[in-house]
Design a protein around this ligand. Structure first.
Ligand code: PBG
Ligand code: ZN
Length: 325
């Protein structure tokens, strides 16, 4: 490949050639849209740090889910903002809880849309940690039982898939066993297998009202400096029965997405998290970047890194852009 016999610009010079040699593609089928389910009726409150993203009651969730479905996006992932919180997060597995009611209504009104539920305790606990707190830290094994109850109640409400995001050890196995033992052997688990303790979750914690009231999540979420540990984490979840493994956040961890893709023969998802979204929105609002261009470049970067699925707050915009061509 030496100049002048080879000129790389030859194949780059015309759009039709660029199309022919493009290595990576993005489809609406790759997208999952996150939504925040709030208690009550007629609630539609924009998250101040996440323009165009709302906390919504079930009536408005259903309306937006209809739009998501019509755009061809296959799935949403739901986060709940409960009416009340307590130290054990008991509203997480309340049959009449906000997620349970929302799932039931969504499956009734928009049956063609897959509903994934985030399984974690932090939205439901008064202290905001992802499990049971004992002696100032989250107790792993005591938390597993609550996560199982939560996952089971989501499945009973009609969730199509559950997505544990707590980072407790052994939770995929515990949830898999609980689902199998209760008639939900066909419900897949998308595990947040590789989840870093990240500053990029900041806006989400406003959206889900789930910020820890003391300390941080470093005793259960991963250290951003670690790469080999990501492979160990993913390997555990694969062994325990995960059906899809996720890496989170997205853009700062594209190297990890690639490693996980190369190492495991399972679908890989990437979560383009709230802080990544807010930064793009803020810069675009200031006229500093071309939002559409940056968003599409970000999506193709995830695909190039090896992701099969992308959880993103940009999903509706991306679907519209893809449709328009
Ligand atoms: C709950 C959870 C979080 C996110 C998804 N599930 C926040 C956290 O762990 O603090 C982050 C999503 C985002 O930032 O968009 N454990
Ligand atoms: Zn959590």
């Amino acid at each position: 490949m030496f100049f002048p016999a080879y000129r790389s610009r030859r194949i780059r010079g015309r759009e039709v050639f660029r199309r022919m040699v493009r290595e990576t593609s993005l489809s609406v089928n790759d997208l999952v849209y996150p939504m925040f389910a709030a208690f009550g009726r007629c609630v539609r409150k924009e998250v101040s740090s996440m323009p165009c993203i709302y906390q919504q009651s079930v009536d408005n969730i259903v309306a937006e889910a209809q739009e998501v479905h019509e755009l061809g996006i296959p799935a949403v992932i739901l986060f709940g903002i409960p009416e009340s919180k307590d130290p054990l997060g008991s509203s997480a597995f309340d049959e009449k809880g906000v997620i349970q009611e929302t799932v039931r209504e969504l499956k009734r009104k928009v049956p063609g849309l897959a509903v994934i539920t985030d399984v974690c305790m932090c939205e439901y606990t008064s202290h905001g940690h992802c499990g049971v707190v004992k002696d100032g830290d989250v107790d792993n094994d005591a938390t597993l039982e609550l996560l199982c109850r939560e996952a089971l109640s989501h499945a009973a409400a009609g969730a199509d898939m559950v997505a544990p995001s707590d980072m407790m050890d052994g939770r995929v196995q515990a949830i898999r066993e609980a689902l199998d033992a209760n008639g939900f052997a066909d419900i897949p688990i998308m595990s947040y297998a590789v989840k870093y303790a990240s500053g990029y979750y900041g806006p989400f914690r406003e959206a889900a009202e789930s910020a820890p009231q003391f300390g941080d999540r470093r005793s259960y979420q991963m250290d951003p400096a670690n790469r080999l540990e990501a492979i160990r984490e993913a390997a555990m979840d694969v062994e325990e029965g995960a059906d899809i493994i996720m890496v989170k956040p997205g853009l700062p961890y594209l190297d990890i997405v690639r490693e996980v893709r190369n190492e495991f023969n399972l679908p890989v998802a990437v979560y383009n998290v709230s802080g990544e979204y807010s930064m793009v929105k803020a810069a675009a609002k200031n006229g500093w970047i071309d939002e559409e261009r940056v968003v599409m470049e970000t999506m193709i970067a995830f695909k190039r890194a090896g992701a099969d699925l992308i959880l993103t707050y940009h999903a509706k915009d991306v679907a519209r852009i893809l449709k328009r061509g």
